[in-house]
Design a protein around this ligand. Structure first.
Ligand code: SF4
Length: 350
């Protein structure tokens, strides 16, 4: 069981189902009580012990003296009801992260953060530049999904790990959270509706390939040349493109799952026909999708979106090479958010 505590009490939402069942067995409580609690937590999304009407008072007292039910709190919400909303989320120790809710037709997507801050320092990213504070616990990630469910009035259909932080830098908590939100007797969000996005941390890709879980993997490329990518994303010095693509190839061979590559198009930096040809060369033969996303300008980065003409030529070169490519042209959003969220919202036309 994870031991990060607030007032010495672990977060109840950080417990896996097996851990919860084990704790009930230790307390000499029948298993069905653990199932009832699980349902209160993830089906009815109870935010107070007193709501759990079918649990005996003595048991609720025991649980409340031992566990914290308040994993996360809403500090501030921006955006309008029914549209994209950004929630500033407070954690028990005063750290803050952001999540973004993106409704669209039948889809109710939530983009969650996995770390308070980030240590990867991508040049175009506010989170990276603000520095790393700490990893989130599984319960703090799960808590963001529950908050989203409360705002939507229903469980989210899709969860994307594209908020603040690099998910593979907090691998165990992220995977634990994925299993909790995927549990069929709880939130029940299908693995294929969960996307983990990485800046290219190879050990994370390798580990995920062994999990036997069908989540979507998305890799941020942003450049197909080592020199340029290292400038934009310092992680490339540790995990250069050749090794990264090899890891993606092994991931596909092992899982049969197609990877999505994200490529943010930045005017006169990575958007020429030669860049497109380099990208084709880099990923040729690897079953993959490419999302081209013209940059959403942010204060922290002195770059502009590619012009529509350039973006179209780039798309055409990839398309002619048989690469499944999507170009997202959108107006951006007035909401300010971390890079990952900007990335995600741009992809979704918001
Ligand atoms: S883009 Fe992602 S990995 Fe890079 S600094 Fe920002 S949060 Fe970290």
């Amino acid at each position: 069981m994870e031991t990060k505590t607030i007032e010495n009490k672990p977060l109840i939402h950080s417990l896996s189902r097996d851990e919860l069942t084990g704790i009930f067995a230790e307390m000499k409580e029948p298993k069905y009580r653990a199932d009832q609690l699980w349902s209160w937590l993830y089906v009815k999304k109870a935010f107070a012990w007193s709501m759990m009407s079918n649990l005996p008072s003595v048991l609720k007292e025991k649980l409340s003296s031992r566990f914290n039910l308040d994993s996360v709190r809403t500090d501030k919400t921006e955006g309008e009801n029914g549209g994209t909303r950004k929630i500033l989320v407070s954690l028990q120790d005063g750290e803050q992260v952001e999540e973004v809710l993106i409704p669209g037709g039948e889809r109710k997507t939530v983009c969650v953060s996995s770390q308070a801050g980030c240590r990867f320092n991508c040049t175009f990213c506010a989170s990276g530049q603000a520095g790393f504070r700490r990893n989130l616990e599984a319960g703090e990630i799960v808590g963001q999904v529950i908050l989203a469910a409360n705002v939507y009035g229903d469980r989210p259909t899709n969860v994307v790990f594209m908020g603040i932080g690099e998910p593979f830098d907090n691998y165990d908590a992220v995977l634990k959270a994925v299993r909790i939100i995927n549990d069929k007797d709880g939130l029940g969000i299908g693995a294929r509706k969960i996307t983990i996005s990485t800046c290219g941390v190879i050990p994370g890709i390798e580990k995920l390939a062994e999990e036997g879980i069908q989540v979507e993997l998305s890799v941020s490329l942003h450049a197909a040349e080592d020199e340029l990518r290292s400038k934009l994303m310092p992680v490339n010095r540790k995990y250069p493109l050749g090794s990264l693509i090899e890891a993606c190839r092994r991931y596909f061979e092992k899982t049969g799952r197609i990877i999505t590559f994200e490529y943010t198009m930045i005017r006169s930096l990575n958007d020429s026909a030669a860049h497109a040809r380099n990208l084709v060369k880099l990923i040729s033969g690897l079953p993959a999708r490419v999302n081209l996303i013209p940059l959403s300008p942010v204060e922290e980065f002195d770059g502009q979106a590619s012009t529509p003409d350039k973006a179209e030529v780039f798309t055409e070169i990839l398309g002619r090479a048989g690469i499944n490519t999507t170009l997202r042209m959108s107006k951006g959003s007035s909401l300010r958010a971390a890079c990952g969220q900007l990335r995600f919202r741009k992809q979704n036309g918001v």
